[in-house]
Design a protein around this ligand. Structure first.
Ligand code: KG4
Ligand code: ZN
Length: 357
């Protein structure tokens, strides 16, 4: 590649409005030149979850200056941008439409190619932003909307090994937090409260722990927590419940990840055993340290994106854009927003639909 490419990434799939410019170093490794994320937490707090209509309105208000700021912070000129990559799915259609339309119009206005990006692929490739990572690898994607184990065989080549059959892990954290009276999004707060609690105080269920391969389930956990919260009287009991919940999730992930390792090795027969954890919940330190310990036990190299790239951001969207740019994989401007866009298109639609056990 003669000239270093500059890729603009845009992300508006849920409640973060984000833009980023990335490029490559002399050795070809990616470099993040700017990464602007504007969270809408305050907009949705009082509703206890993301309100699509309000989220879309906020994206519309902010997208222009967020993109301007990303370009300004990167130190490059608008004319130097070589391609525009926008998230096209999965996510809330009214939200996706904002960043997607903006990205298409921007690409057309500077007469540069447009790349439609799968948000989940962004999370999957996010560790590439700060570490050398070659295919294949096993991916655990744990966010507010998804919890899945995927064999990442190549760019765009994913095989799903397991998924949640009901709630995503981030959703379980947020719902537990809500039951404990903590504002949305409660995941990070649960982690803080758990530090002050006794993780062995409450014995919580581990749905499909001994069946269903590396599929996951968290809905039963939420029901059990609802019952306990009705009896809770003291602050300490709250801390104990947060700690017991987090410990249960850690134990579920330990067991299921071990199964995923076996399935990944059987299916992909990798020369090197690499395990990537991505998505908002990957910021949780207890989950991280347990997974690192497991990787040591099972001889896996562990690769986590830095905490600031775990949550939704546009640098990861630009990262997918960069990989596709190198392969001349561009999209037409009629590319639709896709509210549902699984990484493994052939896998059965399981979430919420049950699984044969
Ligand atoms: O990937 P992400 O930013 O957005 C989605 O695409 O969903 O993930 C957000 C999710 C939320 O459910 C949030 O509560 C959870 O990640 N989360 C955490 C932590 N930080 C964020 N869950 C547990 N512990 C954390 N430290
Ligand atoms: Zn996400």
């Amino acid at each position: 590649m003669s000239k270093k490419p500059f890729i603009l990434g845009i992300e508006t799939s849920c409640d973060e409005t984000a833009a980023s410019i990335i490029s490559i170093n002399d050795d070809g490794s990616p470099i993040v030149l700017s990464n602007v994320v504007s969270s809408q937490v305050d907009v949705h707090k009082e509703f206890g979850g993301v309100v699509p209509e309000l989220a879309a309105r906020s994206h519309i208000e902010k997208i222009d200056w967020i993109v301007k700021k990303a370009i300004h912070d990167s130190g490059i000129n608008i004319k130097e941008i070589d391609a525009v990559a926008s998230t096209a799915g999965p996510g809330l259609i009214v939200c996706l439409s904002v960043g997607l339309s903006f990205g298409k119009a921007f690409a057309a206005s500077i007469n540069k190619p447009f790349i439609a990006v799968n948000h989940l692929e962004g999370h999957a490739l996010s560790p590439k932003l700060n570490s050398e990572l070659n295919y294949p690898y096993l991916l655990l994607l744990i966010s507010g909307g998804h919890s899945q184990y995927l064999s990442v065989k190549n760019l765009g080549e994913y095989i799903r090994l397991g998924t949640t059959i009901d709630d995503a892990i981030g959703e379980a954290f947020d719902k537990t937090a809500k039951l404990l009276g903590i504002e949305f999004p409660g995941g990070p707060q649960i982690e803080i409260l758990a530090k002050k609690g006794n993780p062995n105080k409450y014995d919580l269920p581990k749905p499909i722990f001994n069946k269903g391969g590396c599929n996951l389930s968290f809905a039963g956990l939420k029901t059990a927590i609802l019952k306990i919260t009705k009896q809770i009287k003291t602050e300490q009991e709250k801390f104990d419940l947060a700690a017991s919940f987090q410990k249960t999730v850690v134990e579920i992930l330990y067991k299921k990840t071990k199964i995923a390792f076996t399935e990944f090795e059987k299916q992909v027969k990798p020369k090197e055993k690499k395990f990537v954890v991505a998505g908002g919940v990957a910021a949780n330190k207890d989950i991280r340290s347990m997974l690192i310990k497991l990787c040591k036990e099972e001889n896996y190299e562990h690769i986590f994106p830095p905490i600031e790239l775990c949550g939704d951001n546009a640098a990861m969207i630009a990262m997918v854009g960069l990989e596709k740019f190198k392969l001349n994989q561009f999209n037409n401007l009629d590319f639709p927003a896709k509210p549902r866009w699984p990484l493994d298109e052939k896998a059965a639609f399981l979430k919420g639909a049950g699984v044969k056990l």
